[in-house]
Design a protein around this ligand. Structure first.
Ligand SMILES: [Zn+2]
Length: 192
């Protein structure tokens, strides 16, 4: 399923449209420090993991992170809205960080090698993500509060698979619901 989704330009355009909506919301909310007007201050990202065949069909806006800068002199603080495409500073698409972590949970070395050939993610990266899900993600103030919404509790050792299965719908619906759910940890101070 991950191969089909990743190779589908419509899927990437849907994520972009979601990000646009989130950006509009953030802009309308004004500066959180001084209430000033926010000006667009997008910045470039070079997300890894998107097949070249699909990248060719996508516009340059797919490689830009929506972000804003307060227009008030002396404040100029940056506001980066949540994103379904970029998971904080991670260089791979958020979709990849979720799907590859699920697919390769407890996978054989052979399977990891095949994934490396398909999307360029190596074993060390997969292991780093595993630790991130189990240790860093579970320690975020966001998860400390959000976890209470799940009963029975989500098993931390099986993240992110144990979390995505709590959302309903088909594979793509669940993935998008999960990316949306992760929104609060994708922007703000996490983005640079
Ligand atoms: Zn301000």
């Amino acid at each position: 399923m991950y191969r089909e989704l990743l190779a589908d330009a419509t899927f990437h355009n849907l994520l972009l449209a979601c990000d646009r909506d989130l950006a509009e919301e953030a802009r309308a909310g004004r500066c959180s420090l001084c209430g000033g007007v926010l000006h667009s201050a997008t910045y470039p990202r070079k997300p890894r993991g998107r097949p070249r065949s699909v990248s060719r069909q996508l516009g340059p806006e797919h490689d830009r992170r929506f972000s804003f800068c307060c227009a008030v002199d002396g404040c100029r603080s940056r506001a980066t809205p949540p994103s379904l495409r970029f998971l904080g500073p991670k260089v791979y698409l958020a979709t990849i960080v979720v799907l590859v972590s699920i697919v390769l949970h407890g996978a054989s070395p052979k399977r990891v090698r095949r994934m490396h050939e398909a999307v360029g993610v190596d074993r060390r990266t997969v292991e780093r993500w595993r630790r991130w899900w189990c240790d860093s993600f579970t320690a975020t103030p966001f998860w400390q509060i959000a976890r209470a919404a799940f009963m029975p509790p989500v098993e931390h050792e099986c993240l992110p698979g144990s979390l995505i299965e709590r959302f309903s719908g088909g594979d793509a619906d669940r993935l998008i619901a999960m990316l949306r759910f992760l929104g609060p940890i994708t922007g703000g101070s996490h983005a640079r």
